[in-house]
Design a protein around this ligand. Structure first.
Ligand SMILES: *Cc1c(COP(=O)(O)O)cnc(C)c1O
Length: 369
């Protein structure tokens, strides 16, 4: 791979394919695969990733907001797109772009039917989200009758799926709670079928759900983090390949004497001679201030260089006293070996947060197409 001369996020589609195939290997042949590509495909780059996933067999996509779905349509994505958290002000745009809303309460259901009917839609696909314990969004089990009453005889919409979301699928200590969520979901599905007289698709598993609850795959699974290379546990991480490499290059090297300070607020003070490298990446690129002052690190010539002092907006300084390197040398912030999960842990957070934080200023380079 060519060396970085600036800060770039390289995305390897071969690794994406590997992760997709690993997840698919966990599914029955007739279980559909929904790829979650919200938030720029978890900070990577949504359009090329979704188009590529479509060519290798993803059946469905999900985004959080309507604009994210519109961007995918503009990029040529043709498979169905579920919008997990649509805002009612944009329902017309959703319909114009053939996006499928997640509907999570009666008020929004009524509003959607009204707008879709004004657009003279028939059998417009919608998805009903049920709350089974996450207590974030969703109808309650007891709402099935109410939903049936609201829908009545209307042919405007068609309930394509009912779904729920697990609260702690990655945490096996919460297995009893999770199994309870799955049982509640099954009860809702049965109740729905009795009330409506037909069976919509069912889905409840995210990545960790796919891995830990094979009995709950139902008709479709929804994976995000797994596609991007993280399995949410040490045992599973080895089967995944992080698709993104965040790299940069050394701008300047300084040799400091004992007693000098580094960066804003003089947060770091040398207690012996010290060699530092200044790198063109800062909190405006997604490396938050939390990673400063010795918490986070980068890798230069296979050696760890801790971030010293405060993270600046556009730069960080790292300690390279024991590293043989030169100005212009490549620096790895995270890659498949020194992963975003490891770096995230230094700040007590998770891979999800670090990768989705890499800002749009960082150039994306897609490889392996
Ligand atoms: C983000 C999201 C997912 C994907 O979860 P991962 O843990 O990244 O696989 C699935 N379902 C819903 C409802 C989500 O919001």
């Amino acid at each position: 791979m060519p060396k970085a001369r600036e800060t770039v996020l390289e995305i390897d589609l071969k690794k994406l394919k590997h992760n997709f195939e690993y997840l698919k290997s966990k599914l029955d042949n007739n279980t559909l695969f929904l790829a979650v590509v919200k938030a720029f495909a978890y900070g990577n780059e949504a359009s090329e990733i979704a188009n590529y996933l479509e060519t290798i067999g993803a059946d469905y996509f999900a985004v959080a907001y309507i604009d994210e779905g519109v961007a995918l349509r503009k990029a040529g994505v043709t498979k169905p797109i579920l919008v997990l958290h649509p805002q009612t002000v944009n329902f017309k745009v959703l319909i114009e772009n053939n996006l499928e809303p997640s509907i999570y309460n009666s008020k929004i259901l009524k509003e959607f039917i009204e707008i879709a009917s004004a657009e003279e839609k028939q059998n417009y696909p919608i998805h009903l989200k049920f709350n089974t314990g996450l207590n974030r969004l969703g109808f309650w089990h007891s709402d099935v009758e109410t939903i049936h009453n609201i829908i009545g005889e209307t042919k405007t919409i068609h309930i394509k799926s009912i779904f729920s979301h697990l609260a702690a699928s990655e945490d096996l200590e919460e297995k009893i709670f999770t199994l309870n969520q799955i049982e509640t979901f099954k009860g809702i599905a049965t109740n729905f079928e009795e009330t409506f007289g037909y069976k919509p698709m069912l889905h409840i598993c995210n990545t960790s759900g796919i891995l830990n609850y094979p009995e709950a795959h139902f008709n479709m699974v929804r994976s995000g983090i797994g596609l991007y290379g993280f399995g949410n546990s040490e045992e599973e991480n080895i089967h995944f390949q992080p698709i993104a490499t965040l790299k940069t290059a050394i701008s300047q090297i300084h040799h400091l004497k004992k007693g000098e300070t580094v960066g804003y607020n003089r947060a770091f003070k040398t207690n012996s001679v010290l060699k530092t490298a200044t790198l063109p990446i800062g909190h405006a690129d997604g490396i938050g201030r939390i990673y400063g002052n010795g918490k986070g690190f980068v890798t230069i010539n296979n050696q760890k260089a801790p971030i010293i002092g405060n993270v600046c907006m556009d730069m960080i300084m790292v300690n390279i006293t024991d590293i043989d390197c030169n100005e212009g040398d490549e620096v790895i912030v995270f890659d498949a070996n020194s992963t975003a999960e490891t770096l995230a842990q230094t700040a007590n957070t998770i891979s999800y947060e670090l990768i989705t934080s890499i800002s749009q200023r960082v150039k994306r380079i897609i490889r392996g197409a």
